[in-house]
Design a binder for this molecule. Structure first.
Ligand code: CP3
Length: 357
C-alpha cells in the first residue's frame, strides 16, 4: 500500500471509484490571497519564482500547510512553454502576461518551428519545472496527489497571437489568423502540441501523478471552429498523457462543447462555473468520465450562509454522478479571496454527507 498510489482519494475519484470523502483541490490554490505568497512576491518577480525550484516548490506547498487539500498543483504557468520556445514572456504588474512579440506571420512562426524541431533543447530549458516536481514530491504527505499541468494549445496560441491576455476586442487577432491563414494556425498548433506532449512526459517522469489541461478560452470560438482547429490537438495530447497518468480536461466557457468532451474521453472533465453541474452530470451519466468542479470562485466573497447553500448544492450535484467526483472551484481562486472562506469550503467538503440517496 505505501508504495502504491491506489489509496489516494483524488486518483480514486479520477478512476471513477467510490471514495471515503470528496477529494478536493482548488485551481490557483497557491497565489496572492495567501500572505506567505505575497511575502515571496514582494522580494521576487513572478517569472523568477516560476523558474527557481526552491521557491516554486515552497509556493506549491504553502496552501497544503494551511488546508488539508487532496492535491498539490505545481507552481508554474501555462505560458512557460512559448517562453522556452524563444518568445520571451514577462508579467506586467496589474496587467498580466505579455510576450516580447506576438506571433502572427510565417516569419514569426519560424522560431517556434525551429524550436519544436529541437524538442530536447526546449524540454531542457523547462527542466526547472521537473526539478520543482521532484522537490515537492520529496516533501509531500503520501495521501496527497501531485498534479501537473499544461495549457491546451488553443489557449496558449491565443496568448501568443494576441501577444497578451485577450482584451475587449476579444480574440480579434487570433480569429483573423484562423480564418485568413488557417495553415499557419495549424502549424502553430502542431508545434505547441509536440512540445506540450514532451513537457508532460518530463513532468510525469519527475513524479507527477495526474495532469490537467487548461483550455481556459474554449468558449472563444464557435463550436464548429473549435472542432476543426483545436479539438484534434487536444485529443492527441490527452491520448498521449493517458498512456501514463489520468488526464483532466478543464474547459473554460465550454458549454457548447459537451458532446466533444464526451468524445475526447478525458478521465476527468473540469467543469467551469458557468455550467449547471447537475445538468452536466446527467449528460455524463453512463460515461466513464469523472467530474470536477464547479463553484463560482466569487462566492467565496459572500457571507457564510450564501456560500454554504451554494456549496452544498454543488456537492449534491457532483456526488450524484456515479463515476467519480472531485470538488474544485469553477475557475481559479482570485487574489482577494478571504482565507476564512477557503478554510470553510475545505472543511465542509471534507465532512460532506449526501442528503439524497
Ligand atoms: O493553480 C495553481 O495554483 C497552479 C499554478 C498556475 C498558475 N497559472 C500560477 C500563476 C496555473 C495552473 C496557471 C495557469 C494559467 N496561467 C492559466 C490557465 C488557468 C486560468 O486561470 O484560466 C492562464 C490563462 C494563465 C496565464 C496567466 N498567468 C495569467 C492570465 C496571469 C495573470 C493573472 C493574475 O492574477 O495576475 C498569470 C500569472 C500567474 N500565474 C499568477 C499565478 C499565481 C499570478 C502571479 C502573481 O502576480 O503573483
Amino acid at each position: 500500500m505505501p508504495n502504491s498510489s491506489n489509496h489516494k482519494v483524488l486518483l480514486q475519484a479520477a478512476r471513477g471509484e467510490k471514495t471515503t470523502h470528496i477529494p478536493l483541490w482548488l485551481m490557483r490554490q497557491a497565489g496572492r490571497y495567501l500572505p506567505e505568497y505575497r511575502e515571496y512576491r514582494s522580494r521576487h518577480d513572478t517569472l523568477t519564482m516560476f523558474k527557481t525550484p526552491t521557491i516554486a516548490s515552497e509556493i506549491t506547498l504553502q496552501p497544503l500547510r494551511r488546508f488539508p487539500l487532496d492535491g498539490a498543483i505545481i507552481y508554474a504557468d501555462i505560458l512557460l512553454i512559448p517562453d522556452a520556445m524563444g518568445i520571451p514572456l514577462s508579467f506586467i504588474e496589474k496587467e498580466g502576461p505579455r510576450f516580447a512579440h506576438p506571433v502572427r506571420t510565417a516569419a514569426d512562426l519560424k522560431i517556434l518551428e525551429q524550436n519544436a524541431a529541437n524538442l530536447d533543447s526546449v524540454i531542457n530549458q523547462l527542466s526547472y519545472v521537473g526539478e520543482t516536481v521532484s522537490r515537492v514530491k520529496s516533501h509531500l504527505n503520501p495521501d496527497v496527489t501531485l498534479i501537473g499541468f499544461a495549457g491546451a494549445p488553443f489557449t496558449v496560441a491565443s496568448y501568443l497571437i494576441e501577444g497578451r491576455g485577450p482584451s475587449k476586442n476579444d480574440f480579434f487577432e487570433t480569429k483573423k489568423l484562423i480564418f485568413n491563414q488557417p495553415q499557419l494556425f495549424h502549424t502553430l498548433m502542431e508545434c505547441l502540441t509536440e512540445v506540450t506532449m514532451a513537457y508532460l512526459d518530463m513532468q510525469i517522469a519527475a513524479g507527477i501523478e495526474i495532469v490537467q489541461l487548461f483550455e481556459s478560452w474554449s468558449g472563444a470560438l464557435a463550436p464548429t471552429h473549435y472542432r476543426e482547429f483545436c479539438l484534434p490537438y487536444m485529443q492527441k495530447i490527452i491520448k498521449h498523457a493517458q498512456k501514463k497518468v489520468p488526464a483532466i480536461c478543464f474547459m473554460g466557457q465550454g458549454a457548447g462543447l459537451i458532446s466533444d468532451v464526451l468524445a475526447l474521453k478525458p478521465n476527468v472533465f473540469g467543469v467551469d462555473w458557468r455550467q449547471d453541474l447537475g445538468k452536466v452530470a446527467n449528460q455524463f451519466h453512463g460515461s466513464k468520465i469523472a467530474l470536477q468542479g464547479n463553484l463560482d470562485p466569487l462566492l467565496l466573497y459572500s457571507n457564510q450562509d450564501v456560500l454554504q447553500k451554494n456549496l452544498d448544492a454543488c456537492l449534491e450535484q457532483g456526488t450524484a454522478h456515479p463515476h467519480g467526483y472531485i470538488f474544485n472551484l469553477g475557475h481559479g481562486c482570485t487574489p482577494e479571496t478571504p482565507i476564512e472562506s477557503v478554510k470553510f469550503v475545505v472543511d465542509r467538503v471534507k465532512s460532506f454527507k449526501r442528503t439524497t440517496a
